[in-house]
Design a protein around this ligand. Structure first.
Ligand SMILES: *Cc1c(COP(=O)(O)O)cnc(C)c1O
Length: 416
C-alpha cells in the first residue's frame, strides 16, 4: 500500500477498516481532561471488554443464589466450566480442543510442563532459550536445571543476535542445534520475544529440533491473540500463555497450556492434582490417580471461575472476529506505523523490531534517555519503557485505530 503522512489518510484507513467498531466493545482509559488515552500497552495488560462485568456477575449471582449447587446447577455449571474455553483457546493457538486447557498462571504452567518435558539424562541435559528472554522464563528454566542438579552456567544455552543486529536469525538457531543438538534436551523460546517483538519461525525451528530429538516448547505470552499459530500442525510439544496481555482477560487472570496429543497417552511423569483425575471417578475420591487422557490430565486444582468468566467474555470477541482478520489488520497497522517512523529524520531513535513481528514495535532510544518516554506519556500515550533503552508500543487491532497511530507519530515528531 502507498501510505501517506496526512491525518486524512489515517482517517481513510479507519473508514476502510471492517474491525473499526470493535473498539466500542472495550473500556478505553481516560485522561484527566476526559480524552481517551492512546493505549499502546495491550502487550502488557489488555483492555477490559465491556461484557466482562456481565460474565463475572452471572457467576457471582449464581454463587449467591445457589451456593455449592452452582457446581452443577449454575447457568454455566462450574464443574465443567474450563471446558467452555477449550474451543476459543484451540482456535487462537491452532490446536485441537483436547490439546488446550485453562489452568494456573503462566510461570506455574511453564514449570509443570518442564516437569513432564524436561527429562535430562547424562547425555542430554541442556536447555536452549533466547538471550533476552523474559526474566520469569529464565528463572524458571534455571531453577529447573538446579532442581535436577545441573548448573545453569554449563547447561543453559542462550541464543544471541549477531553483533549489531537485534533479530535472532533462524539460521543461527539451526547452527546451535546442529552444534549442540545431541546434548540438548529442550528448546524453550518466547514465541514472540517480549523485548524486541521478534516472532520466531515456530514451524522451522520445531522441525529442525525434532530431527535432533529435542523437545520443543514455546512461551506464547506475547503470541497468543497476536499472531497466527498452528501448534498442532507444527508438532510443537508443549506451550503456555497468559490471558491478560493480548487476550484481554484481566490482571493476573488464569493462563493456558497446550500439550500435543501425541503425548497424551505417554507415561511422562507429572505433578498431579485431583482436577486432572478421570472425571467419572473424581468424586469417588479414589487414592489411585487416573489421569484424564487429554491435556486436562495436567490440571491440579479446581479453577477460579471468576477468572474463567473473564476469559470467556474475551474469547467471545476473538471468536467473532477470528485471528485471520485480526492478523490482517495488525499487519497493515504495523506497516503504517513503520512508514511513519521511517519518515522521521532523526538519529535519536531506531526501531529494533524485525520484519518478522506481530503488533509490537520496540523503539530504541539511542542515548538511553528515558525523558522521551516520559514526555510521550505526558501527552497521553500509554506505552512502556523497558530497561535499558526501549519504548515498546503495541497498537492492538481490536481496539486501536489508525488515527491512534497517526496521533502517536505526531506527538513523537514534535518531541524529536
Ligand atoms: C508476561 C510474561 C510472563 C509473566 O508471567 P506470569 O507467570 O503470568 O506472571 C512470563 N513470561 C513471558 C514471556 C511474558 O511475556
Amino acid at each position: 500500500m502507498n501510505y501517506k503522512l496526512s491525518k486524512e489518510f489515517a482517517l481513510s484507513l479507519d473508514a476502510g477498516d471492517e474491525l473499526r467498531n470493535y473498539k466500542d466493545c472495550f473500556h478505553i482509559p481516560l485522561q484527566k481532561n476526559g480524552k481517551q488515552f492512546i493505549y499502546f500497552c495491550g502487550n502488557s495488560l489488555g483492555l477490559q471488554p465491556k461484557k466482562t462485568k456481565e460474565f463475572i456477575n452471572q457467576e457471582l449471582e449464581d454463587w449467591a443464589d445457589l451456593g455449592v449447587e452452582g457446581h452443577v446447577n449454575a447457568k454455566n455449571p462450574w464443574l465443567p466450566y474450563h471446558e467452555f474455553l477449550s474451543k476459543g483457546f484451540a482456535k487462537i493457538v491452532g490446536a485441537k480442543q483436547t490439546e488446550v486447557v485453562a489452568m494456573n498462571t503462566l510461570t506455574v504452567n511453564l514449570h509443570l510442563m518442564m516437569v513432564s518435558f524436561f527429562r535430562p539424562t547424562p547425555e542430554r541435559y541442556k536447555i536452549i532459550i533466547e538471550s533476552d528472554a523474559f526474566p520469569s522464563d529464565i528463572y524458571a528454566v534455571e531453577s529447573q536445571l538446579n532442581f535436577h542438579g545441573l548448573k545453569p552456567k554449563e547447561c543453559l544455552i542462550k541464543l544471541h543476535p549477531r553483533v549489531g543486529e537485534s533479530e535472532i536469525r533462524t539460521e543461527d538457531v539451526y547452527k546451535i542445534i546442529e552444534k549442540e543438538g545431541d546434548t540438548v534436551a529442550l528448546i524453550m523460546l518466547g514465541g514472540v520475544n517480549y523485548y524486541t517483538g521478534q516472532v520466531f519461525n515456530f514451524k522451522k525451528i520445531t522441525e529442525f529440533a525434532h530431527k535432533k530429538n529435542i523437545v520443543v516448547g514455546f512461551d506464547l505470552a506475547h503470541a497468543a491473540g497476536n499472531v497466527s499459530l498452528e501448534l498442532h500442525n507444527w508438532q510443537v510439544d508443549f506451550a503456555v500463555w497468559c490471558s491478560y496481555k493480548y487476550l484481554n482477560s484481566g490482571p493476573g487472570s488464569i493462563a493456558g497450556a497446550f500439550i500435543h496429543e501425541k503425548h497424551h497417552n505417554s507415561n511422562l511423569p507429572r505433578f498431579a492434582g485431583w482436577w486432572g483425575h478421570n472425571k467419572e471417578s473424581r468424586f469417588d475420591m479414589p487414592d489411585n490417580f487416573l489421569p484424564i487422557k487429554t491435556v486436562e490430565g495436567w490440571q491440579l486444582s479446581n479453577p477460579p471461575i471468576l477468572s474463567l468468566a473473564a476469559i470467556r467474555a474475551s474469547l467471545d470477541i476473538f471468536d467473532e472476529v477470528g485471528m485471520d482478520r485480526l492478523v490482517a489488520k495488525s499487519k497493515i497497522m504495523i506497516d503504517y506505523l513503520m512508514f511513519l517512523l521511517n519518515s522521521i529524520r532523526t538519529d535519536r531513535i531506531e526501531v529494533i523490531t524485525p520484519e518478522s513481528r506481530g503488533c509490537q514495535v520496540s523503539i530504541r532510544v539511542i542515548d538511553a534517555n528515558k525523558k522521551l518516554f516520559d514526555q510521550i506519556s505526558r501527552k497521553g500515550v500509554i506505552a512502556d519503557w523497558r530497561e535499558p533503552d526501549v519504548i515498546r508500543v503495541a497498537p492492538v487491532p481490536l481496539y486501536n485505530s489508525f488515527l491512534d497511530i497517526f496521533k502517536f507519530y505526531n506527538i513523537l515528531i514534535k518531541l524529536l
